[in-house]
Design a binder for this molecule. Sequence first.
Ligand code: PLP
Length: 343
Amino acid sequence: MTKTIDLRSDTITKPGAAMRKAMHDAEVGDDVFGEDPTVNALQERVAAMFGKEAALFVPSGVMGNEICVKLHTEPGDEIIAGEDSHIVVYETGGPGLLSGVQVLTIPETRGVLDPGRVERAVRPDRYYFPRTRLVCVENTHGRSGGSVYPIDRLHELWLLTRERGIRLHLDGARIWNASAASGVPLEEYGRHADTLSVCFSKGLGAPAGSMIVSDRKGIEKARKFRKIFGGGMRQAGILAAGAIYALDNHLGKLAEDHEKARTLASELNNGGKVRIDPATVETNMVIFDIAHTGRSQESLLMLLARAGVLLTPERDTHLRAVTHLDVSLEDVRTAASRITEAL
Ligand SMILES: Cc1ncc(COP(=O)(O)O)c(C=O)c1O
């Protein structure tokens, strides 16, 4: 039987025996009381990794982002975010619903916001304008195929937010990939954001869990919002243990996922049915255009699924493949030849 190669997302990985054992053995307590030693250990560890004072374990990346938006704003404020960012596209209007803010979207170039555009988007201080409170960036950037936000560009934006007295939130669901690919230490990213939201359930392969990282005061406030949003978990150490296992054992493997993505792109290019610019494959995602096939995304996805490769639709005429812990380099080569054959 053909083994299906699932490249839909790096979120589909399943915890292996050793991670499950770590979760099974975790010491736990009631985390809503702040008494789960495993959660506390993870929070301290991740805060230190980003050079920040404190961190808060939350169930998901969306909750991490939405709590951070809430943290920095009052209803009626405005936030600036890239038009293709996760917060704008995939969080079901959360900032409007949960924080009562207006989102001003601006275009990105491979996930990067032009500081000049941001500067022009910041509202002057007049009573009839909404108050601009926050700029959100995403690193790596999902809809640009896992592109890395260059640290010098982030630095420009950071300086601008300091000058204008606004906050910067970094959606770092895949910040680990960004750091592995760019060599920029996590701490350096931490220095360029008031808050970060980072995930353990993407490339790191834990079953669930994200973390908000910030200063102590911000995290205390975030704890209140986590409670309001229904994200307080009790013996969450079972999940935190999976995240700790992932940091210990999987952080170092992200470079392999990036290598798998580059291999997939080059084998697809060699197959001659699609063209992928290798420069666009910066981390663990490969996006390619299928417009020239004359087929819809749905029909191609079905055809590929029958051939034993699962992908996702991206933008109007593209498909996306994501490499992760549960596919090997060999799987990726097989996937490339199945895709080429099917096309
Ligand atoms: C960039 C980015 N931010 C946030 C999230 C949300 O994470 P979750 O699915 O854990 O809510 C995702 C999910 O894939 C993501 O890609």
